[in-house]
Design a binder for this molecule. Structure first.
Ligand code: C2E
Ligand code: MG
Ligand code: MG
Ligand code: MG
Length: 289
């Protein structure tokens, strides 16, 4: 697609644009190989119960360990990945890696909470998705998939709906990511019946701005309640955010105020100390609450 563009319209491109296109293509070529070379790995960010503050989940966030550029965040490569159709391989690599980390934690006697993995629209429409997932032998309730609401809320096609159904049947939770920031359709929410929704960071950080904003988030929580959907607040940056969100009935919290995305070793240490603490109180906190 980009190649065609380049060939037919190259004379209209300024040198700067040409250089940009060239750099993008190079990045895409590297990115195509990155999952195979095991350069795509997850960092994990903890999710806690809003009242007890116990760890109830982890979100796996893709990082690209680029051989020359160092550790890259999704902002540096997801746009190109999307343009070149490479997101499904990235999603799959993150899931596989997360399952391997989880298995290693279990073998060390740790009790990992559920792990939320982001899934792109393209992967969600893959007709071979369910077969591929089945081959991974994912333990029930070990994994959740986070979908951005734009994927489905307009008018999800049958294949996407069938895949979502298959995912649920495997015991993988469906979560709506960035809720409230895109084409939020309540009809879509009813149709999809997700396990939980994640209130978008912009709404979350605004709860301290005005009473209206706080009531808006409070109402979203009420809607979720009415539909039997759990609620996570993402992008919780201050203790005040955390307090207000707990007050309005948010179930779980995630954000810099709770913990930064961190490499596996740090998460394993956290799980270990949480486990030890739970044992000394003789109330082991593991998955769920
Ligand atoms: P997201 O799924 O909404 O993930 C939350 C993003 O917000 C993460 O950025 C996280 O590091 C950041 N974040 C967490 N807490 C806070 C906070 O308190 N304040 C602020 N300002 N930011 C916070 P990250 O890791 O750069 O990921 C960005 C986006 O890239 C993700 O947004 C998700 O849409 C996408 N992404 C990440 N990993 C994958 C993946 O494996 N597959 C796909 N398809 N997309 C992914
Ligand atoms: Mg997410
Ligand atoms: Mg999100
Ligand atoms: Mg977000």
């Amino acid at each position: 697609q980009a190649k065609k563009l380049g060939r037919n319209r190259v004379e209209f491109f300024t040198p700067a644009l040409q250089a940009e296109l060239h750099a993008e293509r190079r990045l895409a070529d590297e990115l195509r190989l990155a999952p195979v070379l095991r350069q795509i790995e997850p960092f994990y960010q903890i999710q806690v119960n809003a009242r007890s503050r116990r760890i109830v989940g982890l979100e796996a966030l893709a990082r690209w360990r680029h051989p020359e550029k160092g550790l890259l965040n999704p902002a540096a490569f997801l746009k190109v990945a999307d343009e070149y159709g490479l997101t499904p391989e990235i999603d799959a690599a993150v899931l596989k890696w997360a399952l391997a980390d989880r298995a290693a934690w279990v073998s060390r006697g740790l009790v990992p909470p559920r792990i939320a993995v982001n899934i792109s629209g393209r992967r969600l429409a893959d007709p071979d998705l369910i077969e591929g997932l089945q081959a991974l032998k994912i333990p029930r309730h070990a994994i959740a998939f986070e979908l951005v609401e734009t994927i489905f809320l307009d008018d999800p096609d049958d294949r996407v709906l069938a895949n979502i159904d298959g995912i649920k049947k495997m015991g993988i939770d469906i979560e709506i990511d960035d809720f409230g920031s895109g084409h939020a359709s309540l009809i879509g929410l009813v149709k999809l019946k997700p396990k939980r929704l994640k209130i978008d960071r912009q709404l979350v950080t605004a709860v301290t701005v005005s009473d209206e904003q706080r009531r808006l988030v409070s109402s979203i929580v009420d809607i979720a309640r009415a539909l039997n959907v759990e609620v996570i607040a993402e992008g919780v940056e201050t203790e005040e955010h955390a307090r207000i969100l707990a007050e309005v009935g948010c179930d779980e919290l995630q954000g810099y105020a709770i913990g930064y995305p961190s490499p596996e070793s740090q998460i394993a240490a956290l799980l270990k100390s949480a486990h030890a603490k739970g044992r000394s109180r003789s109330t082991v906190g593991g998955a769920g609450d």
